[in-house]
Structures are given as structure tokens and as C-alpha cells.
Write a protein that binds this ligand. Structure first.
Ligand code: FAQ
Length: 319
């Protein structure tokens, strides 16, 4: 072991001690390269999810059933876009550029949440996304508010506040439909049937198969395991479904008095793997939409850059 190895070990020990003491790591602090890379991976995938996540709901903007519903949905989708930008900025503090992140998304190298590869077939899907998908996102993100990396943890605090409004608006759509005509009730049930299992997949593989969890928990990037968060979501959501008088599509779902949790059925992990690999119902369509949006916005970026350069050169001439 030479002196630089000793130095590295000392730095790593001091880093882990800081994390252990619940102190935040900030962009200029020393951090192990793998910690940086893990954060870049998770945070950029999170940012991509927010931005790709605008697409399924965007599909219903022109067909929202009233002006009020349309304005609410528009505000929600804009919030998701804002979350994406906020998270891209937080990820940039780790030394990756936004262009690199976009390149990773557009080339298929970076992942985004599996949930956004499912189609939105009827208006009740908008309710189900708000209720279930935002509900799952909040469950996951509340834990991330205590992430050891400062910019990510702080971003999560603001994002969770907005997600909670999204969850409420989704639940309110479901309540309106569940109490409406028989046809509306059926649409609400159908949406729950289709979104339930993909929502449970959002939390990632079971703990035993989660490649990144052990290290991420040690570094306090993740504060609760995939399975614990999934269980928390199920426990909170089952009574909400009961209140709507809708049935969760799982024959194995049952309160376990001993565990004080709901037992639930096995997730179809083959479906999860297929979606993550790019073979879900909408993967190609989603990626194509993002690439087209990026290419279509090139002239705006070029114009903004040309304007900024001109302003700089005027300033330099005047000085
Ligand atoms: N989809 O070892 P783990 C939202 C990958 S935001 C696709 O357990 P990790 C707001 C994982 O990347 C929703 N891939 O991984 C909204 C890894 O592959 P890699 C997004 C998944 O990172 C609402 C591999 O599997 N939220 O919804 C998924 O420790 C409505 C092994 O897994 C976040 O991103 C999946 N579901 O734990 C917007 C939260 N699950 O990268 C619009 C932040 C796992 O090694 C409308 N992220 N994989 O090649 C996290 O908390 C974590 O990254 C987990 C996964 C928990 C998602």
C-alpha cells in the first residue's frame, strides 16, 4: 500500500463518518467516485422519469372533460417538467453536463421509471396516475428527503410538496368517477386494474435482487429498502381503495394481523424486466417523443446561445 492509498482510505473513512453522523455531503466536499457515480445514475434517471412522465398525461390535455380539469392537469404536468429541470440542475452539481444526460437518455443508455411505458387509455387513467403513481413517488421521495447528498435532499422537499397536490387531484378524479354513473365506475375500476401492478414495480426489484441497495443504504443515499417502501405504499393505499369502493386486483391481498401489514401477491418480474429492457407497450413511442422534442427545440437553444454570446461581446467591447 503506498501513501496515496493510505490517503484515500483516510478520506473514505472521514466521508463515511460524516454520513454516519447524518451530516450532508455538499458538491464541493470530497466524495468517493462510486458515490458520485451512483448519485449521477439515480438522480439523472429520476430527472428523466419526471420529464418522460409528462407524456402519458399530456396525451389527455386536449380531451380533459372540463376547463377546470384541463387547467389542473396542465398545472400538474408543468410541475413534473419543473421537477425534471430541478433534478437535472442538482445532478449537474456532480460534474455531469445536461447535454451528457440527454445523450444518455436519447441513446437508451439511461433508464427512466418503468411506469411511464404504459398507455393512458381513458380519462380515469389520469385519476389513477395521480392517485397511485404520484402516491408511490411520494412514498419513495419522502425517504429521499433525508438523502446524504444535500442538493438531492433539498430538491426532494420541494418536490414532495407538489407531488402531494398531484396525489390529491388524482384521488379526487377517482372519487368523482367511482361515485358517478355505472360506466364511470367501471372506467375507474379498469384504470385501477391496469395501473396497480405497474405501480408496485416502480419501487424496483425485491431487496434480495436489488443490485445497488446495500451500498446506497450504507451511503445513506437510500434510506429505506425497495420492499419496505413498497409495503408502506400498499398499507396506505388499500384503505383508500376501500373508501372508493374499488377492488385492488390481487386475490392474495389480505391484512396480516401478526405482521400488522397487508400481505400481497407476487409481482410479475418478467414483465418488469421486459419493460426496463425497452420492450414495454410504449417504450419506443416515449423515447421517440423525447428525441423529437429535443431536436425540435434546437433552434431555441441556438438562438438563446447566439443572444448570450452577442450580449457578452457587447459587454466586453464596452469595458
Ligand atoms: N424502472 O438496484 P436497484 C415520478 C433499475 S418519479 C426502471 O434497486 P436503485 C413523478 C435500477 O435503475 C418516478 N428501472 O436500483 C411523476 C437499476 O438499474 P441500473 C421515478 C428500474 O437505483 C409522477 C436496477 O433496476 N422515481 O413518478 C426501476 O438502488 C407522475 C436494479 O435496481 C425515482 O426515480 C423502475 N421502476 O433503486 C412524474 C426515485 N426500479 O441503474 C410524472 C429515485 C429499478 O443499475 C407523473 N430513484 N430499476 O442499471 C430511486 O429511489 C431508486 O433509483 C429506485 C431503484 C428505488 C427506483
Amino acid at each position: 500500500m503506498d501513501s496515496s492509498d493510505w490517503e484515500l482510505e483516510e478520506l473514505e473513512a472521514a466521508f463515511q463518518e460524516k454520513v454516519g453522523a447524518e451530516k450532508r455531503i455538499e458538491p464541493k466536499d470530497w466524495m468517493p467516485d462510486k458515490y458520485r457515480q451512483t448519485l449521477i445514475r439515480q438522480m439523472s434517471q429520476h430527472a428523466h422519469s419526471e420529464v418522460v412522465g409528462m407524456l402519458p398525461e399530456g396525451n389527455w390535455l386536449t380531451r380533459a372533460p372540463s376547463l377546470k380539469r384541463k387547467t389542473i392537469l396542465m398545472a400538474k404536468i408543468q410541475d413534473e417538467g419543473g421537477h425534471g429541470l430541478y433534478l437535472y440542475s442538482a445532478t449537474e452539481t456532480l460534474g455531469i453536463s445536461r447535454d451528457e444526460m440527454f445523450e444518455q437518455l436519447h441513446s437508451g443508455k439511461a433508464k427512466y421509471s418503468s411506469i411511464f411505458n404504459y398507455p393512458t387509455l381513458n380519462w380515469a387513467d389520469i385519476g389513477a396516475i395521480g392517485w397511485l403513481v404520484d402516491g408511490a413517488a411520494i412514498t419513495n421521495q419522502i425517504a429521499l428527503c433525508r438523502c446524504s447528498y444535500g442538493p438531492y435532499a433539498r430538491a426532494m422537499i420541494r418536490i414532495c410538496k407538489e407531488e402531494s397536490f398531484h396525489q390529491r387531484q388524482g384521488y379526487e378524479i377517482m372519487m368523482t368517477m367511482a361515485q358517478g354513473t355505472e360506466e364511470q365506475r367501471e372506467m375507474a375500476q379498469d384504470a385501477l386494474n391496469r395501473w396497480w401492478w405497474p405501480t408496485l414495480m416502480m419501487f424496483g426489484p425485491n431487496d434480495a435482487n436489488s443490485a445497488n441497495s446495500a451500498q446506497s443504504m450504507k451511503w445513506k443515499i437510500k434510506r429505506q429498502s425497495n420492499d419496505d417502501l413498497r409495503q408502506k405504499f400498499v398499507d396506505a393505499t388499500v384503505p383508500q381503495a376501500e373508501f372508493l369502493n374499488l377492488r385492488i386486483p390481487d386475490d392474495k391481498l389480505k391484512w396480516n394481523e401478526e405482521r400488522k401489514h397487508y400481505d400481497f401477491g407476487e409481482i410479475d418480474w418478467e414483465e418488469f424486466k421486459a419493460v426496463v429492457k425497452g420492450n414495454g407497450l410504449c417504450n419506443r413511442e416515449r423515447l421517440q417523443a423525447r428525441v423529437e422534442a429535443h431536436d425540435g427545440g434546437k433552434w431555441v437553444r441556438d438562438a438563446a446561445l447566439a443572444y448570450a454570446r452577442k450580449k457578452e461581446s457587447r459587454k466586453a467591447k464596452a469595458a
